[in-house]
Design a protein around this ligand. Structure first.
Ligand SMILES: [Zn+2]
Length: 81
């Protein structure tokens, strides 16, 4: 599945890539955890477009923070906070 740019679809409901300066719609969720700051079950999330998924995953991966990479369509936020 190849995401296509859709400039008219922007809105508060559109998740945007977390990469600095990127305005692309996110298609991936990167779940991560910094053991120095977070309890083990805590998950922080970054959103990534197709282009930045690898970059962000690598950024987290080299630090040992990355826990999961999930397609945005399949991402289920943790219930109950
Ligand atoms: Zn991006």
């Amino acid at each position: 599945m190849i995401p296509s740019p859709s400039p008219s679809a922007e809105g508060p409901e559109t998740p945007i890539c977390s990469a600095k300066g990127c305005r692309e719609a996110a298609v991936w969720v990167l779940a991560w955890n910094n053991p120095k700051l977070h309890t083990p079950e805590r998950r922080k999330t970054w959103l990534a477009c197709e282009e930045h998924r690898e970059y962000l995953a690598k950024f987290l991966g080299v630090r040992g923070f990355l826990k999961d990479t999930v397609p945005l369509a399949e991402w289920e936020p943790p219930q109950g906070g």
